[in-house]
Design a protein around this ligand. Structure first.
Ligand code: MN
Ligand code: MN
Length: 287
């Protein structure tokens, strides 16, 4: 049979039963307040995933050898609480089947559903925004409320990396969490921050969420709520390499791909980095 191209993430060729990692997209941007477009995120991340070589030299492995599947996109509703519920159900099923969810957004509100399904001990999020609003524009499930929902769902350890935008109240509330602002990271360097994060994580089950706007908007401008003075793609890669082995779930959200492909390219490569780092190092840590 002739080879047919498809629109799923490159090299995710396992069937569901054999897969250890399960990619799915959530093309939702219903609560976006500034610039819409994150509904195109999953499509763009998958499209640019085909640009890369299968071989990943830092890990000495072929991405295509990893047991990973891509289910496609959740057929989302309009109301954010419905989307969160759909993501929750999908996440629960994947966790029940002892697999690692790898979710492509979509706006950040979807993370609330996935975290509820996974119930991690620790939530590590890279984000320019604190996302600690209780409510925004009529809903508790606005993408500006995600970390607040995680907090109120009782996740004890919350680590925000790259934060640089929020109200005074949100920065007050953040004092009860662990916040590494982008400025602090620039001053101290990623290595020093990573060592602290390693200690905090210990042997906890971690949910890792990457909001694309953690990265400086001048480097990856395909964002709904762009912020300058941010982290670099290398910073996020460093963090993924440290945190991925402890992670039980991962998402990459808030890619609004109306640039020249930089934001989706970085996202696709960091998704691969997460999976490769998890494959390579998780057994060592858990044994
Ligand atoms: Mn966010
Ligand atoms: Mn953000």
């Amino acid at each position: 049979m002739q080879n047919f191209k498809n629109h799923l993430f490159a090299d995710c060729d396992s069937g569901y039963d054999d897969a250890r990692y399960v990619v799915f997209g959530v093309p939702y941007d219903g609560t976006t307040t500034f610039r819409p477009g994150t509904r195109e995120g999953p499509r763009a991340i998958r499209e640019f995933s085909w640009n890369f070589e299968t071989y990943m030299p830092s890990y000495g492995l072929n991405f295509s050898d990893i047991p990973i599947t891509d289910l496609g996109d959740i057929d989302t509703g309009v109301m954010p609480e419905d989307v969160v519920a759909d993501v929750f159900s999908a996440g629960q099923e994947i966790i029940r089947d002892v697999k690692i969810p790898v979710m492509l957004g979509g706006e950040h509100s979807i993370t609330t559903g996935a975290v509820r399904a996974v119930q991690p001990d620790c939530y590590v999020v890279c984000d320019a925004h604190l996302d600690l609003r209780d409510e925004f524009r009529g809903t508790h499930y606005n993408h500006a409320c995600t970390t607040r929902r995680v907090l109120e769902d009782g996740i004890k350890d919350i680590i925000i990396v790259g934060g640089r935008s929020g109200t005074k109240d949100q920065f007050e509330l953040a004092k009860s969490l662990t916040l590494y602002t982008a400025d602090e990271i620039h001053k101290r360097g990623m290595d020093s921050v990573m060592n602290e994060i390693k200690d905090t994580i210990g042997k906890k089950r971690v949910y890792l969420s990457i909001d694309a706007d953690a990265i400086d908007c001048c480097l990856t401008p395909g964002l709904g709520t762009p912020e300058p003075f941010g982290l670099t793609p290398q910073d996020i890669r460093d963090l993924i390499r440290v945190v991925a082995p402890h992670a039980v779930a991962f998402d990459y959200v808030e890619v609004s791909p109306f640039d020249h492909g930089q934001t989706a390219t970085v996202a696709a490569q960091l998704v691969r980095e997460f999976v490769a780092a998890h494959v390579k190092f998780s057994q060592k840590i858990n044994s």
